[in-house]
Write a protein that binds this ligand. Structure first.
Ligand code: AMP
Ligand code: MG
Length: 694
């Protein structure tokens, strides 16, 4: 059945419009690719949901991607129902019938009447029950116990196997699916017509089309939602993520079921494959960039404290081979699989024997052969010695070594001077690292040295955070792509390649989101693109409050922006906002300001989002090789580098459009918020690029 490129999971609902603010028991949908799920989308009513689904699928199909679409309601009824209603056991004649009967509008629908109408076709009372309305409905009992002689089985085969799944006949009450199925099937039947030859409904049709639609039941493998998540949103998110992470062959196997008219629950019997011990971190709240009321200018240190308090990891985890772990961030502490060294061995080249020796000369008989690294030797009798080389495992009967430089040899003996302490010149088993000892903490960016420790202790693979995907977008009508032919009325986009390099240099996945013209529509569409495939977005330009500042305007319209007027130079207001649940750093357009603001604010924030914790820059106190006087009221950063004497020079100009200075510099000098007067020789804080982790 081949590859499914994109997975969209929908938590359906039978109720009326739930209003503008995200709520439980509404419709939630999530899109995922290759084990990465986007933030769930809140859909307040079925009409909006249907539109959203149609658009989302169309966008994927336009890219040539195959879509596996899942809904959390049953697609078929217990055996015999379709035939009793339509005269045919074909599930799709039942779907047609349901669609003709259902009337649906955001504020009202006729699902209870439809259930009553179906009951009228059956003898006795039922099978549907659970009238949730005030008015009585002929043929639809309020209680399940009132039913009798309707002749329908209570459950589908799948429901007898899925513990806790609700029978389809129940139309109201927590957890019931009867209403959802009627409303959902009516919608699916429309999608079937719309997508015609491009869609297959599982498990009734073969899944060889561009769109495959499956029935899911998230409770099968998703547990309770963690703090900060609405249950429905979390469930679809986790299902989408888990399904999109499945290898194609496994997915094929799960889709391969025999289920004639009743349908089946995707994943039933394969729960373990979809159970996740790595639940997603809670989403960032939409007001995480809100500022206290009445604040006009925020100090740099206060702004940093706020970012630190409000942001947290957004990445999930994956297991990588040690060879691919450099620079990745550990998701959990790592423990030694074996001790290091695993056995005691020789620390030098020399002669090994048992016990120490006292002062004076000692002569020991030599046994034949030698112990070398990787070549164990036989036991050495008490009172004898053996030739031994660095790294050789100590043979039985050897615990002490005399250096080869300190001995005289004959063909049969070795002579040397005491005293020598027992254990001299050997490395004890586990003296470096004990088995099961913690070798790395969680949140550690893995260094070459860490790799050596893992390798030495038998750690072949590690659970690390997925790379933080950082989108970079430039905005401005004046910008042109480097390499293109343009007149002098345009400037080349310098920020985007610079920031992409900066992001990659910091160890994140840099995602090029291109350029947006100075228009709201252009900025919106680029942000949409970014939110669908990034964990955080950096934009440059258009972040102030002027009429051509479309980034701040668009984020403001989206309702989740705050202009952080930070008392920093260089850098005009920083627009921090959320776009579809993804944090956006609206950086100033001037390249120097964009660079400095990314290092000062973006870098530690991204480190937190990536799961590496808050990482303040590492500065050094150095004598100044310059004179400067600054007023109080803002923190100032200067492009700087060390001269031959180890003193700090600063760039000749403070102009924040002077891109040459970023290349000239090896770091920044930070002068504090307060008034400052620097004379040559005064100590100032110099932060080399390496102090920012570059
Ligand atoms: P803005 O913040 O959009 O008002 O831009 C401030 C200054 O930065 C203007 O002179 C822009 O032309 C310049 N600028 C904005 N974006 C870029 C970019 N990507 N590359 C180089 N310069 C830029
Ligand atoms: Mg601009």
């Amino acid at each position: 059945m081949g590859k499914w490129d994109s997975v969209i999971m929908v938590d359906w609902s039978a109720g009326n419009d739930r209003g503008p603010t995200p709520k439980a028991d509404a419709i939630w949908a999530t899109q995922a690719r290759e084990g990465r799920a986007q933030r769930p989308v809140y859909l307040r009513n079925r009409q909006m949901a249907e539109d959203w689904i149609i658009n989302a699928v169309a966008a994927e199909r336009a890219q040539g991607r195959r879509v596996l679409l899942g809904f959390d309601f049953p697609f078929g009824y217990p055996k015999g129902f379709a035939e009793a209603v339509t005269g045919s056991a074909d599930v799709f004649s039942l779907w047609d019938d349901i669609e003709t009967r259902i009337n649906d509008a955001p504020g009202a629908n006729n699902r209870f009447d439809v259930a009553g109408g179906y009951n009228a076709l059956f003898p006795g009372v039922g099978p549907f029950w659970g009238n949730g309305l005030k008015r009585d409905i002929l043929d639809l009992p309020r209680k399940g116990t009132a039913r009798r002689d309707h002749m329908m089985p209570e459950r589908r085969e799948a429901e007898t196997r899925a513990k806790g799944a609700f029978p389809l006949w129940q139309m109201s009450g927590a957890g019931s699916v009867g209403g959802q199925a009627l409303m959902g099937i009516a919608m699916l039947n429309r999608l079937r017509r719309l997508w015609a030859d491009d869609v297959a409904i599982w498990p009734f049709e073969t899944m060889t089309k561009g769109v495959g639609i499956v029935e899911i039941w998230p409770s099968l493998f998703v547990g309770d939602a963690p703090d900060g998540w609405i249950k429905d949103a979390w469930q679809v998110h986790e299902v989408a993520r888990a399904v999109s992470a499945l290898p194609d062959a496994q997915l094929d196997q799960m889709l391969n079921v025999e289920a004639p008219e009743e349908g089946w629950i995707f994943g039933l019997g394969h729960e373990a494959l979809l159970q996740s011990d790595d639940p997603s971190p809670p989403p960032l709240s939409n007001d995480c960039f809100a500022l206290p009321a009445g604040v006009s200018w925020t100090r740099v240190d206060e702004a940093l404290d706020m970012l630190k308090a409000r942001l947290g990891p957004v990445t999930t985890t994956e297991t990588v081979a040690l060879s691919a772990a450099l620079g990745r961030i550990t998701a959990a502490p790592i423990f030694a699989s074996r001790s290091h060294p695993p056995k005691s061995n020789a620390a030098v080249d020399g002669y090994g024997f048992a016990g120490g020796v006292s002062e004076g000369a000692h002569t020991l008989p030599l046994v034949a052969g030698a112990a070398a690294a990787g070549h164990a030797a036989d036991a050495v009798p008490a009172g004898s010695a053996i030739r031994i080389l660095t790294g050789a495992q100590l043979p039985d009967g050897v615990d002490t070594i005399v250096l080869q430089e300190d001995v005289t040899l004959t063909a049969e003996t070795v002579t040397f001077k005491g005293p020598i302490k027992p254990g001299a010149n050997t490395r004890a088993a586990a003296e470096d690292i004990a088995e099961n000892a913690q070798i790395l903490p969680a949140g550690r960016k893995i260094t070459p040295g860490d790799i050596a420790v893992c390798a030495s202790t038998g750690v072949a693979s590690l659970t690390v955070r997925k790379l933080l995907r950082v989108g970079v977008l430039s905005t401005g009508d004046e910008l042109a792509e480097i390499g293109s032919e343009v007149g002098d009325d345009r400037i080349f986009d310098a920020n985007r390649p610079m920031l992409l390099g900066l992001v990659a240099g910091l160890g994140f996945e840099a995602v090029d989101l291109g350029r947006a013209a100075d228009s709201r529509v252009a900025v919106q569409s680029k942000l949409n693109d970014g939110a669908s495939r990034c964990d955080v977005i950096l934009t440059s330009g258009g972040a102030s409050a002027g009429e051509e500042d479309h980034v701040s305007a668009v984020l403001t319209e989206g309702g989740a922006i705050n202009m952080w007027r930070i008392a920093i130079k260089p850098g005009r207001p920083l627009a921090l906002g959320m776009w579809q649940g993804v944090p956006v750093f609206g950086l100033p357009g001037n390249p120097v300001a964009a660079y400095v603001c990314t290092l000062v604010f973006g870098r530690p924030a991204m480190s937190l989002l990536a799961g590496a914790g808050w990482t303040p820059p590492e500065g050094q106190l150095r004598p100044a090789a310059f004179t400067k006087r600054k007023k109080p009221g803002r923190q100032e950063y200067f492009r700087a580098r060390l001269n031959a004497d180890g003193a700090v020079e600063i760039f000749k100009s403070e102009g924040s459009g002077r891109v040459s200075g970023i290349s000239w510099a090896d770091g920044l000098v930070a002068l504090p918020h307060e008034e400052a007067e620097v004379q040559p020789g005064d100590l100032v804080t110099y932060i080399p690029w390496s102090g920012f982790g570059l």
